[in-house]
Design a protein around this ligand. Structure first.
Ligand SMILES: Cc1cc2nc3c(=O)[nH]c(=O)nc-3n(C[C@H](O)[C@H](O)[C@H](O)COP(=O)(O)O)c2cc1C
Length: 192
């Protein structure tokens, strides 16, 4: 017989992100963040390759990244609006964890499966933060897809890329529920 965990299931059925722009102080300190990272690292990982790592971006680093985005946007032909939005993502934040996908050159495990694992780590970190009572949001934004930006500002190597920036902080307003998929519309059953 199954051994249910109703509280965990209820959390999964009702969880939702809190928009990063609504997150405020306080943010988890290093001690509080550690179990959240530990939970995230407990994610499915074909071949036990650990094809990911974390970069914790604290306030000083986020301000530096905001300045870099402000310089980079016009250089790359981004509009003033695109640049300002991306800059604010960093400049208004107090804590974000960059989940870095680290591509392992292993024939047995296709690259796409390493990417899926990195995505799973992002969701696990998001859910761990929410379960711990923090507000959290998985964002990316155009700067993290710029090789020059992630190399210069985050120190990534060629075989690394940003799977997500998990913003974590204190919720200031409850977000409205967003529409969720119709399960019947996306599910088919194959019986034979
Ligand atoms: C890979 C990935 C990247 C995302 N990047 C952004 C982003 O840059 N900006 C944004 O507004 N939302 C982004 N989102 C969506 C947010 O996470 C959004 O808040 C989420 O869809 C809320 O869903 P939830 O309530 O089910 O957690 C991204 C989602 C994923 C999976």
């Amino acid at each position: 017989m199954p051994d249910p965990n109703p509280a965990a299931l209820e959390f999964l059925l009702t969880r939702r992100s809190r928009p990063a722009r609504t997150l405020s102080l306080p943010v988890p300190d290093r001690t509080a963040l550690r179990p959240l990272l530990t939970a995230a690292a407990r994610s499915p990982d074909h071949g036990k390759l650990v094809p990911w790592r974390f970069i914790v971006l604290e306030r000083g680093a986020l301000l530096r990244l905001a300045d870099a985005v402000a310089r980079l946007g016009p250089e790359l032909g981004r509009t003033a609006e695109e640049t300002a939005k991306a800059r604010a993502q960093y400049g208004d934040a107090h804590l974000a964890v960059a989940v870095i996908e680290v591509r392992r050159p292993v024939r047995k495990v296709p690259a796409i499966e390493q990417t899926y694992s990195a995505g799973a780590v992002c969701l696990a970190l998001l859910n761990a933060a929410l379960a711990a009572g923090w507000g959290a949001n998985w964002l990316t934004g155009w700067p993290v897809h710029e090789r020059g930006f992630v190399t210069a500002e985050l120190g990534l190597s060629e075989d690394e890329r940003v799977a997500g920036l998990i913003h974590i902080g204190t919720e200031t307003s409850a977000p409205p529920e967003r529409p969720r998929p119709d399960i019947d519309a996306i599910t088919s059953w194959i019986s034979e």
